[in-house]
Design a protein around this ligand. Structure first.
Ligand code: HEC
Ligand code: HEC
Length: 284
């Protein structure tokens, strides 16, 4: 598949990518608990013209067993994190004696959040991720300490927020005040990193569907984050995933929560505009 594009990618990549027939069922459909229909494949958003015509969730590239774990909340270990997130939401944190519930009508009242973040924050005049927003509520409104980016408390909150938005289309804004951040993220996506001299696009745009070592390459979408990985048996944030992918190129990477990764998150999220929110997901 995609022979022309394969030939034009870095020699480093062609050395270990093998074009193989597809292993997992790329045509399977995802319905969670027999009722939440998840769009895992759809037409690409207009800004991807000339790059991708179809966008696909990473779920399509996983093995039958891994796919099945996400089809029922009782089999999805990521849902334990979401449950913990619901509990945290009702727990008093900080010197003001408040819980999230004091100001928000439950996690469900924030169902519009996961599909639209990262998002421009007018007061702070920058693009905000969900975790940045939660830290503001903790520190400025509850008298609590900030949580470290991608720690388990944050990922539990994120999992709870994602869980109530499952099935809603990802719809992040890329124009207006967010545009320059989006462009910064786009530039990063096509920048080659590390000794292997590979960009995100070299793997996730030009070689998805192929095998890289033992892994079936997806489009590297983040509609399904946070993701419970069987590999480390915990929820993982998108920034931690970016970090791992850049490290695999033997490159210097950025930190979770850094402005660079916020920009990259906005851009990668926008590549999934139209897919359903799917987190917390299960991945290998
Ligand atoms: C003292 C009141 C207060 C508390 C307590 C509070 N928040 Fe908020 N929160 C706000 C306000 C005010 C906003 C801004 C609303 C807006 O921008 O529309 C907000 C915004 C948010 C948003 C973004 C909403 C959006 O539509 O963009 C999220 C997510 C959020 N809070 C999560 C939390 C979580 C999780 C907690 C508990 C750790 C929490 N908040 C505690 C007042 C509070
Ligand atoms: C050397 C190839 C390679 C490069 C370069 C690379 N990745 Fe990955 N990435 C992988 C592999 C392999 C996986 C695991 C299988 C999969 O989901 O594609 C993965 C997984 C992911 C996932 C998880 C997708 C899911 O559904 O769980 C995301 C998100 C991701 N990569 C984003 C990125 C971003 C952003 C960049 C650029 C900073 C990048 N990757 C660079 C190989 C790469």
């Amino acid at each position: 598949m995609k022979i022309n594009k394969m030939l034009s990618t870095a020699a480093a990549l062609t050395a270990f990518v093998i074009a193989t027939p597809v292993l997992a069922d790329e045509d399977a459909e995802l319905v969670i608990n027999g009722e939440i229909e998840i769009v895992t494949k759809t037409a690409a958003p207009a800004h991807l013209d000339g790059h991708l015509s179809e966008i696909m969730s990473g779920w399509r590239f996983r093995s039958d067993d891994t796919q099945a774990m996400e089809m029922d909340d009782f089999d999805n270990p990521g849902m334990l994190g979401a449950e913990a997130g619901f509990e945290q939401f009702e727990t008093v944190m900080g010197s003001e004696g408040k819980s999230c519930m004091d100001c928000h009508d439950g996690v469900e009242s924030l169902a519009n959040v996961r599909p639209t973040y990262p998002k421009w924050n007018d007061d702070k005049e920058q693009v905000y991720t969900i975790q940045m927003q939660i830290n503001d509520c903790l520190t400025e409104r509850m008298g609590a300490d900030a949580q470290k980016y991608d720690n388990s408390t944050m990922l539990n909150f994120e999992a709870a927020l994602a869980s109530v938005s499952r099935g809603m289309p990802v719809n992040v804004a890329i124009d207006g005040p967010a545009q320059s951040t989006w462009e910064q993220g786009k530039e990063m996506y096509y920048t080659r990193y590390g000794q292997l001299d590979l960009s995100c696009a070299n793997c996730h745009e030009q070689n998805y569907g192929n095998m890289i070592r033992a892994d079936h390459l997806s489009q590297g979408q983040i509609n399904a984050f946070p993701a419970y990985r069987l590999k480390n048996a915990q929820l993982n944030g998108a920034h931690s995933r970016f970090k791992g992918c850049i490290r695999d190129t033997r490159g210097e990477t950025f930190n979770a929560g850094s402005p660079e990764f916020v920009a990259l998150e906005l851009y990668v999220a926008s590549r999934g505009n139209g897919l359903s929110v799917e987190g917390p997901s299960v991945r290998n």
